[in-house]
Design a protein around this ligand. Sequence first.
Ligand code: FES
Length: 158
Amino acid sequence: MQAKVNLKLVDEVIKSWGADPAFLIPMMQDIQAQYNYLPRPALNRLQEKLNIPLTRVSEVATFYKTFSLKPKGKYIIQVCTGTACHLRGAPRIADSFMRELGIEVNGTTKNGLFTLSTVNCLGACALAPVVKVNEDVHGQVSSDKVKKIIEAYAARKK
Ligand code: FES
């Protein structure tokens, strides 16, 4: 789901960094924190206000993995596929999420609620298999728990 881009908000971010092109990356991080991705109109505004080439902004946006040019869901589900989790059934868990959400890995549900991704070790191997939803870590996840996890987040108001 595309977020409506409030350019005033983008202007505030630019102002908070003194409109200094040296702070392009933190400005982009702040913008992504607002929208969960980097909307095109926001990048155009950055380029315009900082008076730098749009190619420079695009290069930064595509170089750093942390940036996304595509809208992401409100909840980012990360299924750990590191060795410990893999051995304890991570591929089955990822399959269950794909089936329940009707999306592939790196896809986002049409209602804009969930983005599914995989990650290489979340640093909680003792809890394998591990799934992280935004900042929440879920340990010893089984295929049976997948539906419950999705339902719990879908039921949240905020
Ligand atoms: S391998 Fe999954 S948390 Fe380390």
